[in-house]
Each structure stands twice: as structure tokens, then as C-alpha cells.
Write a protein that binds this ligand. Structure first.
Ligand code: BDR
Ligand code: CA
Length: 349
């Protein structure tokens, strides 16, 4: 199985990233580290331990505490209308964590020890929150760069591909970012960290970036929500419409309902929310041969609203790091990624 280190800020969609990684038969989670982002570090850490408890994995998957702020900036959190006060609002079914996070070793040191112990060229780092921990990891331990198989990041927006879920326009100019006009949340939360990872000459070659252009093709439609509620067999006699087959399914759909309302209220996307973060986990499967574990990563299936990019392309990427968060909100390009499509054969993100 593919060993992965999952760095996250749960977060509704981070929850599904944890689920995909924990349940997928071709993946083995080495450890989970938490970062500030969708809520404070304290809350995202609590949420990670609670989610693992809900799927009975709290004793098998350790949680480590990462960065509470960006490399060179104060922490940035979304307003509570995105993920709610707790970072994971919308359900009362989240259990109390059975196992606390590990406090005896910093997250990046734990990640290093686990990753370097894997055979060369096998392990992935997947980051679905701000990229602070991931950047700090490779800054402190550059020997990991040739050792890992890949780095998969959810973040950024190229503005190339915004069907079916567009973010509209601002003053007649297409809005490409979900946080500011130009910036996506995970990049803006720590643009210096993003710049380090995406422009590193060796690391960028093994980095897969899953931007909004991809995630907005993968909507959690009513049909997907029903699948989660009732299972693949669908609504059967004896089951109550709208009520999950199990408490876990019920909890997951309640989280999705909250996220769906966010996307309808804040972004005007009503078909169902894009579920960004699990796609960064799915990216580690894209190298697998055809077979039962293969995710059809590049096929879009309009019937279920899932599937992602039509093709894989390589880009040379830059990140705008000038300006404060306030500047970005006022229209500066802080946190925007610029991407130049590379001709086939050239190595880039
Ligand atoms: C990203 O920002 C967060 O709100 C989500 O969890 C996801 O990682 C999407 O821009
Ligand atoms: Ca996230």
C-alpha cells in the first residue's frame, strides 16, 4: 500500500480526505498532522482526533500538532460562515476524541521519521490545509526531497476551467480565487510556504497541484449525498428518507449539508459543494496501473458529478507573496499563483 503523510486542517472537506485515505485499500496513513486554517490549530487538531475516533482509527493513526501560524505571517482563518465556529459545524454526532494528539514530538519531526523509514520512492506527503507544515518539513529535512515519491497539494486557482461551478465575476472580471478575487484559501493562508514548495527546483518536479479548476469539477451533488446516506444499494424499504443508514453516514451527510449551504450562500454554487481535499489524496493513486484500486482520475462522469481533470499537464508555477492579507482582500494579487503551461516533456508542477 502507498504510505502517505496527511497534513490537514479539518474542515469539512479535509474530513473526507481523511476518510478516503483511511478507507482506501491501496493507501496506508503513516500519520496525520494538523495546521491552522479552517479554524485555529487547537480546533483543527481536536477535529482530526474526533474524526479518527468516529471511524475507529484513533488508536491506529497518530495525530501530531503542527503550525499555529504561517511561516512569516499571523494566522488567517475564514469567517465562520465557511466551516462554522468549530471548523466542523453542522453535526452533533462527532464523538469526543478517544486518543489525544501526540505532544512529545513536533509534527514535522514525526513526519520526517516516518517518511524516511519508508523505502525510497514510495511515500507521499499530502497537504490539504495551509502549506506551512509541508514547507517547514522540506526546509528542515531537504534529504526527504529525493526520498519521497511525491507531494500532493490542494490549493490555488489557475482560472482555466470553471465549469460547472463558476465563482462568477468581480466588476466584470472573472473571479478565480475563492478567498480573494485571485487567491485560493490554502495558498493565501501561507503564500511564502506555497512559494517555497511550488518553485523548488527539485520538489516541484514531483509535486501534483490540485487547484480549484480541478475541484470545481467534482461536486458533491444530491446523488453523491444519497450514496453516502444510504450506501450503494440506495434507499431501501425500512430506511427513513434523509436519515443515514448508520450514524457515521448520518454524520458525514450532516457535515456535507452544512458545506453545501456554505457554497450556496457564500459562493452561489447550488449543485452541491466542490469537495476539494480528497482529490489531493486521490492524486497519489493516479500512478497506479489499471485495476480495482485505480481511481479514474482524469475522467469526468457527469452522471455523478465526480471525476476530475481531462488530462494531466505540467506547469511552471509562481506565487505572489507581496502584500498583507488585508491588501489581498482589497484586490492585490497576494496568494495568486501564476502558471505557465510547459511543453510536453518539461518538468514542472
Ligand atoms: C481549501 O480551503 C479550505 O477551506 C478547504 O478545506 C480546502 O482545503 C479550498 O480552497
Ligand atoms: Ca483543507
Amino acid at each position: 500500500r502507498i504510505p502517505i503523510w496527511l497534513d490537514c486542517d479539518p474542515g469539512h472537506d479535509d474530513t473526507f480526505a481523511i476518510l478516503l485515505a483511511a478507507y482506501h485499500p491501496a493507501i496506508r496513513i503513516l500519520g496525520v498532522s494538523t495546521v491552522f486554517g479552517n479554524a485555529s490549530l487547537e480546533k483543527t487538531t481536536h477535529n482530526a482526533t474526533s474524526i479518527l475516533t468516529s471511524i475507529s482509527q484513533s488508536t491506529t493513526i497518530p495525530v501530531y500538532i503542527g503550525a499555529s501560524k504561517a511561516l512569516f505571517r499571523p494566522p488567517m482563518h475564514p469567517p465562520t460562515d465557511i466551516h462554522g465556529e468549530t471548523g466542523l459545524d453542522g453535526t452533533s454526532l462527532l464523538p469526543c476524541p478517544l486518543v489525544p494528539p501526540i505532544t512529545t514530538i513536533p509534527a514535522i519531526d514525526a513526519a520526517y521519521q516516518s517518511l524516511i523509514a519508508c523505502p525510497p520512492g514510495t511515500a507521499w506527503v499530502v497537504a490539504t490545509g495551509s502549506f506551512t507544515n509541508a514547507a517547514a518539513l522540506f526546509m528542515k529535512y531537504p534529504e526527504l526531497i529525493p526520498h519521497i515519491a511525491g507531494l500532493s497539494l490542494m490549493g490555488g486557482a489557475l482560472g482555466n476551467n470553471f465549469t460547472p461551478a463558476t465563482l462568477g465575476t468581480v466588476d466584470g472580471v472573472p473571479r478565480i480565487g475563492n478567498w480573494t478575487q485571485f487567491a485560493e484559501f490554502n495558498i493565501l493562508a501561507d503564500p511564502e510556504a506555497a512559494s517555497f514548495l511550488l518553485t523548488h527546483k527539485d520538489l516541484s518536479k514531483k509535486t501534483t497541484l490540485i487547484p480549484l479548476d480541478v475541484t470545481h469539477l467534482c461536486l458533491t451533488t444530491a446523488q453523491v449525498q444519497d450514496l453516502i446516506l444510504y450506501g450503494p444499494e440506495g434507499l431501501r424499504p425500512g430506511m427513513t428518507p434523509g436519515k443515514g443508514k448508520t450514524e457515521l453516514r448520518q454524520m458525514l451527510v450532516e457535515l456535507l449539508f452544512f458545506f453545501a449551504k456554505t457554497y450556496a450562500d457564500v459562493f452561489g454554487i447550488t449543485e452541491g459543494p466542490p469537495l476539494h481535499d480528497p482529490l489531493a489524496v486521490a492524486a497519489v493513486l493516479s500512478g497506479l496501473e489499471e485495476g480495482p484500486h485505480k481511481i479514474p482520475f482524469y475522467e469526468h462522469d457527469p452522471a455523478v458529478g465526480a471525476g476530475i481533470a481531462p488530462q494531466r499537464e505540467r506547469y511552471e508555477v509562481g506565487v505572489a507573496t507581496e502584500g498583507s492579507y488585508e491588501d489581498a482582500k482589497a484586490g492585490a494579487r497576494t496568494g495568486q499563483i501564476t502558471a505557465r503551461l510547459l511543453p510536453p516533456g518539461e518538468e514542472g508542477v
